[in-house]
Write a protein that binds this ligand. Sequence first.
Ligand code: SAM
Length: 331
Amino acid sequence: MTQDPENKPDKDRDTLRYSTPYHAPVLCDVVVKELVTDRSGVYVDATLGGGGHSSALLDRLDSGGRVIGIDQDMDAIEEASKRLSEAKNDGRFSAIHGSFSIIKELLNNSEIYQIHGLLLDLGVSSHQFDKKERGFSFQGTGMIDMRMDQRNHLSAYDIVNHWPPEELKRLFKQYGEEPAAARIARRIAEKRPLETTTALADVVRSTVPSRQADKTLARVFQALRIEVNQELQALEYALHASVDLLTPGGRIAVISYHSLEDRRVKRFLRYGNMEGKPVRDLYGNLITPWRLIHRHVIQPDEVEISQNPRARSARLRIAERTTHNTSQTAA
Ligand SMILES: C[S@@+](CC[C@H](N)C(=O)[O-])C[C@H]1O[C@@H](n2cnc3c(N)ncnc32)[C@H](O)[C@@H]1O
């Protein structure tokens, strides 16, 4: 599918207009175009990162519109606050350091109870990935850390070096969908202590044929990252909370980067519950707090992927809050 289903991909389009060395926002044009229904509204970018999407949102809004950026990584809060300092001084932008796993509390503390749009651009930023000492990447040496919020206690180091092999196996299977989970878990336990991402990567490489190594490493590192940052629990909470936060007619846009995330988003936005169970009224109509804006997932087109290869796995879903409430929507 093309970036904007209404337009053919324009090969001269600049998809990197809002990108900085910190991060290149993905599917930026379509997100902003579809998310903003009221130019004077209140919008929450709950994955602020380098502020690329927030910057584009601010450009789309009029002087009465407002963007609140949330990120659990202090690097992102500092970077985006610097970038958006003019809007910050004008009161059009503010940043909150915290996790969207408590989005309602974070917003309520700032006396925000109703919003017109919510963006979740999940996963890690290029900055987090490229800064080796953060430990997110198996290319290059860093501590085995992977905490997005460095105030948190649990790091990937603790999991790799202290969890029993059966727990590691469960983790690699559940969050990495890794077929060689048992073998990798056993080998890690034998080779402890493992101090660096390179040491961990070498152990993982030694368990699989070399042609499978990169895929396996990506799955193992993904599983550790998801556990350290409780990513799926945070996503589920934020999706539930969005039902209460969004005003009827307001929209949610979620960009996922792997199937564990996208499955949850798809079910929730289609049926209003995480199980993907249709709930119908007496007449057989679906009872859901959402109206899907596009029936199918939106992916970056070849123009965007050629300008930003990291956009390759992005999948965007957008839905509008209806006036329906369902019993499944309590956070
Ligand atoms: C893909 S980046 C977002 C990039 C951003 N859209 C931009 O244009 O620069 C994801 C960001 O979300 C943050 N993040 C991930 N999970 C989070 C959570 N539970 N709460 C708050 N921020 C989170 C990460 O720290 C990271 O900065």
